[in-house]
Design a protein around this ligand. Sequence first.
Ligand code: PLP
Length: 428
Amino acid sequence: MAFKDAGNIKPFSNRIWLASPTMHGSELNYVTEAIQTNWVSTVGKNINELEARCAELIGRKYAVGLSCGTAALHLAIKLCGEKLYGQPKVAHGSLEGRRVFCTDMTFDATVNPIAYEGGEAVFIDTDPTTWNMDPEALEKAFELYPDTRLVVIANLYGFTGDLTRIVEICHKHGALVVEDAAESFGATYNGLQTGMFGDVSIISFNGNKIVTGSAGGLLLTDSLDDANKVRKWSTQSREDAAWYQHEELGYNYRISNIVAGVALGNTEHLFEHIAQKKAVFERYAEGFGDLPLRMMPIIDGCVPNYWLSCAIIDESAMCRQVRGEREALYIPEAGKSCPTEILEVLARFNAEGRPIWKPMHMQPVYRMNPFVTKHGSGRARSNAYIAQTGAVDAGMDIFRRGLCLPSDNKMTAEEQAVIIELIRRCFE
Ligand SMILES: *Cc1c(COP(=O)(O)O)cnc(C)c1O
């Protein structure tokens, strides 16, 4: 009956993390130089160098260093809002009263900036074959809300959906695309780096991303005017004048030269981290062998950065699991398990996993926002309908059966073998 016997397995003495920072020494050199030369500010060589090198690596003309990925998303979304609808009055968002289509199964940082700008996010269901935005649901959303002109797309866990098709659909409908590549730095689709697919794109250097600056983010664009505008907004919108002159609303969103030094040094190790993360993913795929558990799909044309290794339990091997707003319960059953049990067992042995991002249409904060599946409006389905047919939307289903496994690039093969054994015992 589910997990009952750990045999001689002992808890890890050092915690196995989901994803933790990996420093190499080069970071310290850039930070030390900044301190020794007194560029301890939001200007300096590390910022310029980080922007230039990341823009080149990804293939964009310009990158603007910002305090975090969320700040980059905010300015990316505001930029598109102003392009589409003009400059708002002070204290009004650029998307006031406008709908914006958005990936549903993602971190809430993807979505919140739409609300900061006064817009209404319309959540687009997930494609179970990619775990990313469903192009059919996106087409449906353009049928339901044909006046929508902005789409925010997030690449999940370092793996992409069919970005070419999704961007084509957006442009066919005259919509601009913001690409949230916070999790997918270094991943490619059809030979192009992620960050190349949005009219404006962003990446993040948050502490648990594939490379980190402790914090920080970049906005990516091919327009010099846009890069300059965002840089100005991020430094309180100071005009080029003899005094502090402000002609539009400003933000304190610029990256620090110290943070940029850490990010710069760490980015030099991006491809090394990707190789380590790929090895982790492949060891899980092999280790799960005949378990009723499948890894997150990799679609043709995508070379992921393997940021997180995620898996989904076959329906036939799911024990009963009930999730409320804050807590979860499950009923142990022979030969079956569920994400709640596996995460509990891992935690008991000092290893960190995580549920899949709870879809935004299921979040109380966004309960009034529209949600579109490939069948049409997802909110129209009553609970009675779901109870009768067992049919739930794709995102809800992946949230129910999926989980993020410990994916730290410093986890050894021996430690991972223990994790795999613990998971195997959950299905006994
Ligand atoms: C981490 C993350 C962000 C936000 O980045 P921060 O640098 O933490 O602000 C945005 N979107 C997604 C999908 C993320 O995973």
